[in-house]
Design a protein around this ligand. Structure first.
Ligand code: FAD
Length: 443
């Protein structure tokens, strides 16, 4: 660790930015963390914007490295499986892991962000500038321009790291300078948050599960909160006859939910109000390249690779970026011009892999989870995991309960499916041969 270092600018004090500030400060860097919003520890929470999130092994691994995992997990609610709510009939539980013990954790996004902010602020060398919206960046000189309530201010940094989310201004500046290309693939679906409050001080649904209402063209999920409420997220097309745009009156909203989500209606007394007043968020995949320019400007988290939320991995993946960047700095003896390209090389394929898995999981969650074929497939998968411990591991386990690089997960799962397919085809051929022989003998 060196003692004399130039200041690093981190733009965005969200989840990735705060974690990054902690890791850099531990390496001895002076860090300026710029955030467009006021200090969230003193401000109001935005209405209807992803209140909680599922934290799994990758995110926890990063938090353990800065000694914050225990504090964050103190309020976490473990979810050991999915609770599938059909239109009629009882909900069915499907455990995530073969032993039924492993869980993803529902945590408050705001509490996690605040814990990370407080941890960063307590480290020597970190200064946090709230109400600083990046509006200009010269990638060659490292000069930054911010809009603040007092007017425009400028600053410089030896290295600038954009952790400013899916709509990253840092990425936008690199685009404007012609040193980066990007593609934005928006889904036709948006999301809206609704609330199931506690009943008599208790959870209205089982808090040990992630609840899913799969409805083919739409889907709703619900995660528990420490105050015993649930935050539901409805995913639905943004336009068309069956879409957020199609419910124009309180009666239409009530009718829709009574038809498609009948067990939710008695649990959500503010359904109509939530529906009418909470915003519809957009969903999409952001890809860009390169993730760094001349070892001077880099992108982490959603700024580099926003993904759709259907695997619950966006923040987990952003945290992994930070761990990898720290590792690259180690391996490159803090030579940024080597470390940033290495970081990009190691992370880009992994981000692409989870982006694809997240898109595929949308179809699985909104459509397949309720089908008997899917349930049988899951039972077979768990049976294989029991029979071949450590050798056959489901994609869900590898993504959520390990830190196996995402790209490796995809390759391994393809190999597993191919092996199972080959065995099944062989067994079918043997069976067909046996049946054929038996039929031949009976002639
Ligand atoms: P953000 O969290 O977006 O932080 C960016 C920060 O930069 C913000 O504080 C912002 O104010 C600031 N900023 C933006 N522009 C500027 C600017 N010009 N100047 C200065 N500051 C700026 N992930 C999971 O792991 N598990 C989940 O269960 C999960 N659920 C999700 C559910 C939904 C509905 C959505 C939409 C996402 C979900 N995600 C989940 C994804 C997760 O929220 C993101 O991947 C994660 O927040 C990315 O962190 P980040 O720090 O890169 O970006």
């Amino acid at each position: 660790m060196s003692t004399e270092r130039d200041e690093i600018a981190v733009v965005g004090a969200g989840l990735a930015g705060c974690l990054l500030a902690c890791f850099l400060a531990r390496r001895g860097y002076p860090v300026a963390l710029y955030e467009r919003r006021p200090d969230p520890r003193t401000g109001r929470v935005e209405r209807g914007r992803s209140i909680n999130l599922a934290l799994s092994e990758r995110g926890l691994d990063a938090l353990r490295r800065i000694g914050l995992a225990e504090q964050v997990m103190a309020d976490a609610l473990p979810m050991r499986g999915r609770m599938i709510h059909p239109v009629a009939g009882e909900p069915q539980f499907q455990s995530y892991s073969v032993d039924g013990d492993r869980a993803i954790n529902s945590i408050s996004r705001g509490a996690l962000n605040n814990a990370l902010l407080t941890a960063a602020a307590a480290l020597p060398g970190v200064r946090i500038a709230f109400d600083h919206r990046l509006v200009g960046l010269d990638p060659t000189s490292g000069e930054l321009t911010f809009e603040t309530p007092q007017g425009k201010v400028t600053g410089t940094a030896s290295v600038v790291l954009g952790a400013d989310g899916a709509g990253s201004a840092v990425r936008g500046q690199l685009l404007a300078y012609g040193v980066l290309t990007e593609s934005l693939d928006f889904l036709d679906y948006g999301y809206k948050e609704l609330t199931v409050p506690p009943i008599g001080g208790e959870f209205a649904l089982d808090p040990g599960a992630l609840h899913i209402w799969p409805r083919g063209t739409s889907m709703m999920i619900a995660l528990p909160n420490p105050d015993r409420s649930f935050t539901c997220t409805l995913f639905w097309p943004t336009h068309g006859t069956q879409s957020f745009a199609s419910l124009g009156s309180p009666a239409a909203i009530e009718r829709h939910f009574t038809t498609h989500y009948p067990d939710l209606v008695p649990l959500a007394p503010n359904l109509v109000d939530d529906y009418q007043h909470n915003p519809v968020g957009v969903l999409g995949t952001v890809r860009c390249t390169p993730w760094q320019v001349a070892g001077k400007v880099g992108l982490v988290g959603d700024a580099a690779h926003a993904i759709v939320p259907f695997y619950g991995q966006g923040a987990n993946c952003a945290f992994e970026d930070v761990v990898e960047l720290d590792r690259c700095l180690d391996e490159c003896a803090d030579h940024w011009a080597s470390a940033l390209p290495l970081y990009q090389h190691r992370r880009q394929a992994n981000a692409e892999a989870i982006a694809r898995m997240a898109l595929t999981n949308f179809v699985e969650m909104r459509d397949k989870v309720a089908s008997p074929v899917y349930r049988t497939r899951k039972k077979i998968e768990h049976a294989l995991e029991r029979a071949l411990p450590g050798r056959y591991v489901s994609q869900y386990e590898l993504v959520s309960f390990s830190t196996t690089p995402y790209a490796q997960v995809r390759r391994r799962v393809r190999r597993q499916y191919a092996a199972v397919g080959a065995v099944a085809a062989g067994a079918l051929a043997l069976l067909a041969g046996g049946v054929g022989a038996a039929l031949g003998r009976r002639r």
